[in-house]
Design a protein around this ligand. Structure first.
Ligand SMILES: Cc1cc2nc3c(=O)[nH]c(=O)nc-3n(C[C@H](O)[C@H](O)[C@H](O)COP(=O)(O)OP(=O)(O)OC[C@H]3O[C@@H](n4cnc5c(N)ncnc54)[C@H](O)[C@@H]3O)c2cc1C
Length: 502
């Protein structure tokens, strides 16, 4: 009996993928791409995962070095659900109450509660009909959030045509995409404090309320309705949890492994050079800062964006960060604290219009030991102080010391508590550290600002325009800055890779 030969042709769609960087962008991309069956290796130049969300440990104190606000819990739920998991299987969350405390140049601080009713009472005390106005504002913010997530955010922009979609344009106008956040807030509110409460988040978006699109008013929904959460162990614990998820999917992480070059043959990415060794890969995804990837890891002919392009961008602020381990607790503080100056626009001007170390800066202080005793020895306080400052400033030791003294003196004046006599552990992290540790262009903490001219299709592309099989994720690409946004970027990218490569 003759058996016909049966050729079973199996097309192997599994690719070897190198990911450069284990920030949230690299880790989330690794998990998603490994789940698709690809062989994923993540190369991280630093000693551990998290990127901007690194951790610094010193004499019993632990400091989250970057993000400390866990916002948009729905995005994380959705991400873990793709794997049939929940965030609670990887880290423990608690909702903060109050969400945060605000100090205004003078007078008693205000607490923003986790209860909407309490917040409406607060707004009633700030201006006539304030509570009802807040409700109106939040209803609109909720609409903006739901609509923006569906129409603008969770969307792949591959060509200008994707942006010139009629529905997008109509929604853009409805959602006041083309007005500034400041004019949007001022339509309802006249009280200076009420306005600041609704605008302070632009600092996290790397913008000035006067030129940030009013669409970002949706953040009020995130802040007031979805709530401010804390993962035990800090935001770094979220990076660690996501890395565990990626490892369970089969991804491999290699630390102290700086990628020195992206290898290109016949116009295609073909591997990476790490610690002097060329490693072959089918696809390369860079999570490292975009400008760094192009200028340091690619030859000039393989770069999609010129030096002139980067010089002409509006960079998001850098940060002057102070880690302070105190030998006492700070009773005047809550977990999140915002210190806002009366004239905060002067500070914004010093970030964007005439770059300078700010004279009277607004800043943020995190005191997580209130919620998480593991971050400081008993009876002590681990403080993280963040002052947004312009990118590209001169950053000498003398300037740092002077600026540090100014900030500590201001904190002591506003809180009425002594700080300088209680410092056990101290470290400054600023412009040159962002460049050294993360390869940040002009020492930016956050990448590209969220101006209208740097939104959606107008952000750098997720796909190299010059090198096939080379992709980008992270805070530089659409949708932009912030941990949830970066996770969404990797989701958009991995969906696109799945469509392209099976
Ligand atoms: C001080 C600060 C406070 C913030 N606060 C918040 C907040 O409260 N909430 C929030 O949601 N967001 C916050 N953000 C923003 C948020 O942290 C970032 O948007 C996000 O973490 C960026 O992630 P990423 O993956 O794009 O980049 P990164 O985290 O920078 O990751 C890039 C990785 O690439 C690595 N890398 C670079 N070059 C190489 C190389 N040659 N080889 C290998 N690896 C390389 C870097 O070491 C890094 O690990 C904050 C950021 C900062 C700096």
């Amino acid at each position: 009996m003759v058996y016909p030969f049966c050729f079973l042709y199996v097309h192997d769609v599994s690719k070897r993928i190198a990911i450069i960087g284990a920030g949230f962008g690299g880790i989330s991309a690794a998990a998603l791409l490994a789940r698709q069956g690809h062989q994923v290796t993540v190369f991280e130049k630093n000693e551990h995962e998290g990127g901007r969300a690194s951790m610094w440990y010193e004499r019993g104190f632990s400091f989250d070095m970057g993000p400390s606000w866990y916002l948009m819990p729905d995005v994380f739920e959705k991400f873990f659900a793709k794997f049939g998991k929940r965030p609670s299987e990887y880290y423990t969350l608690s909702r903060l109450d109050p969400s945060y405390r605000m100090f205004f140049g003078d007078g008693a601080p205000l607490d923003i509660s986790s209860s909407l009713e309490e917040n409406k009472k607060l707004f009633d005390a700030l201006e006539p009909n304030g509570g009802a106005k807040l409700q109106t504002y939040l209803d609109q913010a909720e609409y903006q959030y739901d609509s923006a997530m569906e129409t603008f955010v969770e969307r792949d922009y591959q060509s200008v045509m994707d942006f010139l979609d009629w529905r997008l344009a109509k929604e853009g106008i409805r959602m006041r995409m083309f007005n500034s956040l400041d004019s949007h807030v001022s339509r309802l509110f006249s009280n200076d404090r009420a306005k600041k409460i609704l605008e302070y988040t632009t600092v996290f978006l790397g913008g000035n309320p006067k030129n940030t699109p009013a669409l970002y008013a949706l953040i009020a929904h995130v802040d007031f309705n979805l709530g401010v959460w804390y993962p035990q162990g800090g935001l770094h614990a979220v990076a660690t949890g996501m890395m565990r998820l990626a490892q369970e999917q089969g991804a491999t992480f290699v630390f102290n492994a700086p990628v020195e070059q992206i290898l290109v043959s016949d116009g295609k990415a073909s591997g990476v050079r790490v610690n002097g060794v060329d490693e072959p890969f089918d696809l390369v995804v860079s999570n490292a800062d975009y400008q760094f990837t192009e200028s340091a890891l690619l030859a000039p002919e393989h770069r999609s964006y010129s030096d002139a392009y980067w010089e002409s961008r509006t960079m998001a602020p850098s940060g002057f960060v102070l880690f302070l381990g105190l030998d006492k607790r700070m009773d005047s503080l809550k977990h999140h604290n915002l210190f806002l100056q009366n004239d905060w626009f002067a500070h914004f001007e010093e970030i964007f219009d005439r770059p300078a170390w700010p004279d009277a800066p607004s800043y943020y202080v995190c005191a997580p030991s209130l919620t998480d005793p593991s971050v400081a020895p008993e009876g002590k306080e681990a403080l993280f102080v963040l002052v947004p400052v312009a990118s590209g400033l001169e950053d000498t030791d003398a300037i740092r010391t002077q600026f540090r003294d100014k900030i500590i003196a201001d904190m002591e004046r506003v809180t009425g508590e002594s700080i300088s006599d209680h410092i056990e552990v101290e470290r400054i992290f600023s412009q040159r550290d962002f460049t050294e540790r993360y390869g940040a262009f002009q020492g930016t903490a956050l990448g590209l600002a969220h101006t209208l001219r740097q939104t959606a299709i107008l952000r750098p592309s997720m796909r190299s325009k010059k090198v096939q099989h080379l992709f980008f994720t992270g805070q530089y690409v659409h949708p932009g800055i912030g941990v949830p946004m970066v996770v969404i970027a990797s989701t958009i990218l991995s969906d696109s890779i799945e469509k392209q490569y099976g």
